[in-house]
Design a protein around this ligand. Structure first.
Ligand SMILES: Nc1ncnc2c1ncn2[C@@H]1O[C@H](COP(=O)(O)OP(=O)(O)OP(=O)(O)O)[C@@H](O)[C@H]1O
Ligand SMILES: O=P(O)(O)OC[C@H]1O[C@H](OP(=O)(O)OP(=O)(O)O)[C@H](O)[C@@H]1O
Ligand SMILES: [Mg+2]
Length: 301
């Protein structure tokens, strides 16, 4: 009866790794893009609920990002990609394995312009949020008693509509808050980004998938490094090589190779992508020439 059902499990000797991937929202596209870059097959049609990658012995389940921590926490799925804020909000037995460097946001308090300046002013107030678990924990830690109003979305409208005095919500650019006549106050409750998660403790890799999880982590780390670093090559006079190496220390140590002109050497090093131009300028000022930058397509560190 289950033969053609999308959730049928294919009988196998060793269990496949079961991975939860966001099917919609802010995390979805970037998560699938990262998995593709890491060499995994991803769905072509956004209505697909499950997809097997037989070459890598992995099954991907496309689920709501908010639900992913629940499936992983219960051990139904081995690992998943979700937001750190969603993981903490779910209050389940799952932990972060690897930050993934996309969908960065902060979770913050905000109120009508001029109304609040600190968390202590929230005592006895009504706070609207979609992340009530996260917010209740934070308020309890700080000993603030406030009424938490749980809403599904468009939280910025809740104050104007009279159901709350202030809000706690995801802030990326701050444009949504500004448009609603609100401003942030207090320290950020949390800094979030997409993360790879796994069930906490003993049950972490209960069904013999520890090796596949390690491979997945290493591949994702490879993508992160390839995205964050470039390869820099340059020629420099031998007596300046120590100064140059200080500018381009690389991950372990730069490669220094001899040149036909024995007064000069060629140096190759990995450099943080964001600092490429500053480092090129400084190397040039030092006397380096033929400075070349190339992107890293893939790597294992
Ligand atoms: N600008 C943003 N808006 C919402 N969530 C964001 C944003 N930037 C990053 N995120 C992260 O995305 C995750 C929320 O994803 P989710 O799919 O639930 O929300 P969404 O993008 O608001 O989708 P939807 O409202 O369509 O359900 C959280 O981890 C959040 O921190
Ligand atoms: O700081 P910004 O760049 O403006 O982004 C943050 C806003 O984006 C999200 O809302 P979304 O559009 O997902 O609507 P929702 O609140 O209904 O989920 C989030 O809940 C904030 O409202
Ligand atoms: Mg939303």
């Amino acid at each position: 009866m289950l033969e053609n059902h999308p959730f049928r499990t294919i009988p196998r000797k060793t269990p496949m790794l079961r991975v939860a991937v966001p099917n919609k929202g802010s995390l979805s596209e970037a998560a699938s893009a990262m998995l593709s870059e890491a060499g995994y097959r991803q769905r072509r049609d956004s209505r697909e609920l499950v997809m097997v990658d037989p070459d890598n012995e992995i099954e991907f389940f496309f689920l709501r990002p908010r639900d992913i921590a629940v499936y992983v926490g219960q051990g139904t799925l081995d690992v998943g990609i979700t937001g750190r804020d969603l993981l903490l909000d779910a209050q389940v037995e799952a932990e972060e394995l690897l930050p993934l460097g996309f969908a960065a946001s902060t979770f913050r308090f905000a109120g009508p312009v001029g109304n609040f300046s600190g968390v202590e002013q929230l005592e006895g107030k009504r706070l609207a949020t979609s992340y009530d678990g996260l917010l209740r924990d934070y308020l309890a830690q700080r000993g603030v008693n406030a009424k938490v109003v749980r809403l599904d979305g468009a939280v910025e409208s809740s104050v104007r509509l009279g159901v709350a005095d202030a809000i706690a919500d995801v802030v990326e650019t701050g444009n949504t808050l500004k448009a609603a006549g609100m401003e942030i106050f207090g320290e950020p409750i949390l800094r979030s980004e997409a993360v790879l998660i796994r069930r906490t403790g003993e049950g972490g890799a209960a069904n013999g998938t520890a090796k596949e999880i390690d491979v997945l982590i290493r591949r994702l780390q490879g993508v992160l490094v390839a995205r964050q670093y470039v390869l820099m090559d340059y020629d420099i006079r031998k007596d300046l090589v120590e100064d140059a190496a200080a500018l381009t220390p690389g991950l372990e140590s730069p490669t220094v190779s001899p040149l036909r002109d024995s007064d000069w050497v060629a140096v190759r090093s990995m450099v943080p992508k964001k600092e490429t131009n500053r480092i090129m300028d400084e190397l040039y000022d030092l006397g380096a020439r033929a400075i070349l930058v190339s992107s890293i397509h893939a790597c294992r560190i």
